[in-house]
Design a protein around this ligand. Structure first.
Ligand code: IMP
Ligand code: MG
Length: 175
């Protein structure tokens, strides 16, 4: 049941997530408004939980559900399955979008558009993982945990067919 190869260990994840939190905290330290963190369900929840405990500033949390149509392990487009709480005010607030992995960019394009429509003062994006060279250059991410090879990875929130999210490390599934 376990993936065949560990790609990022539990210790490497902890170190890097703490570094990202420090970087994000430094960036928003002068903000007079609380940071609104918009998290993409379900894959980003473990990353989110570790990240925000390293953020000392005032913040609020919003969740958005996005499902990418996947044929096996390849992305074929994204759709919103659960909308952001309409009562969560984004207008005039700084927003940080948090997702698990940037692959083709379809998911983040949708979420960035959704957030932008609610007129925040700024939008930045943090992803734990990025598969280099696949997303179009207009999909901007300011914080990246790790660049990974173009292979299917699971664990620390990421799934294959709904499973493996609870693994404490990132592993690769061999085809
Ligand atoms: P994109 O829309 O193609 O950028 O894909 C992003 C979404 O697809 C992520 O939020 C993940 O949920 C999922 N995804 C992409 N690559 C992987 C992977 O290697 N393992 C697990 N999920 C992935
Ligand atoms: Mg996802």
């Amino acid at each position: 049941m376990n993936p065949d190869r560990i790609v990022i260990t539990k210790e490497q994840l902890a170190t890097r997530v703490a570094e990202l939190a420090d970087q994000i905290a430094a960036h928003y330290s002068g903000s007079s408004e609380p940071l609104v963190i918009v998290t993409v369900l379900n894959g980003a929840v473990i990353f989110l939980a570790d990240l925000i405990r390293g953020l000392p500033m005032r913040m609020k949390l919003g969740l958005i559900g996005v499902s990418s149509y996947r044929g096996g392990v390849t992305s074929r487009g994204a759709r919103i399955t659960s909308r952001l709480d309409p009562e969560l005010n984004l207008c005039g607030q700084p927003v940080l979008i948090v997702d698990d992995i940037l692959d083709t960019g379809g998911t983040l394009r949708l979420v960035q558009q959704e957030v932008a429509a609610r007129r925040p003062t700024s939008i930045e994006t943090a992803v734990l993982l990025r598969k280099p060279g696949k997303a179009p250059s207009d999909i901007k991410v300011q914080y990246v945990g790790f660049d990974v090879d173009d292979e299917f990875v699971v664990g620390y929130g990421l799934d294959y067919d709904g499973q493996y999210r609870n693994l404490p490390y990132i592993g690769a599934l061999e085809a």
